[in-house]
Design a protein around this ligand. Sequence first.
Ligand code: AP5
Ligand code: MG
Length: 194
Amino acid sequence: MYVIFFGPPGVGKGTQAAIVAERTGWAHISTGDMLRAHVRDGTDLGHKAKAFMNKGLLVPDDLVIDMFMARLAEIGDRGFVLDGFPRTLAQARALDAALARGGGAIDLAINITAPDSVLVERMMGRAAESGRADDTPEAIRVRIEVQKPSAELLDHYRRAGKLKDVDGRPAVPQVTEAIMAALGVAGVSPQSPR
Ligand code: AP5
Ligand code: MG
C-alpha cells in the first residue's frame, strides 16, 4: 500500500511514520531525514539545500524530486509511507506520474492536524535533544507560516477521495490507533507483530 502523511511541521509525521512502517513492513521515506543526511555528509545537494532548510523554507522542487525518485526506485515492490513528500503540487504530480509508470497509485493520504500552539510546543521540546538547525524560534515561526500543507495540495488528494484527517493532538499511541484505523478502512490489515 502507498500512503502519504501530510501535516504541519512538528505535528508528529516522523514519529507516526516510523511506527506504522515498523508495524506494516513498509518503507519509511522521509525527505527531511534524507536532506539532513546530505547536509551532514557535505554533498553537493546538501550544500544547496542547507540555506533553505536552516531558514525554514522549502528546498526547490527539482532538487527534492530528483532525490526522492532515486530513493523510490530502490524500494521495489514494498509498500511505503511518505513523510514530508510531496510538499507541493509539482511534487505530487511527479509522484503520480512515477507510480503510474509502474501501474500504481497512492492509496491513501492522511492529514495529521494540530493547532499552532501544539506544534511550537513539540518542536521546542525536541530542540534540546535533536540538534536540528531548524528547531530555533525564528525557523519554527517561518516553517509554521510557510510549510503547512497547502489547500491545493490537499485538494489534489481530496478530490480523488483519498484524503483522511486524523487529529494529531492526543498522545502518540492514540494517534497511531486512529491512523491504523484509517488504514484498515482503506483495506490494510492493521495488525501489529507485537
Ligand atoms: P522535515 O524534516 O519534514 O520537517 P517538518 O515538516 O518541519 O516536520 P518535522 O520533522 O519538524 O515534524 P514531524 O511532523 O515529523 O514531527 P515529529 O514526529 O518529529 O523537513 C525539514 C526541512 O527539509 C523542511 O523545512 C524543508 O526545508 C526541507 N524539506 C523536506 N521535505 C521537503 C520537500 N518535500 N520539499 C521541499 N523541502 C523539503 O514530532 C515532533 C516532536 O513532537 C518530537 O519531539 C516528538 O517526539 C513529539 N511528538 C510527536 N507526536 C507527539 C504526540 N502525539 N504527543 C506529544 N509529543 C509528540
Ligand atoms: Mg519529521
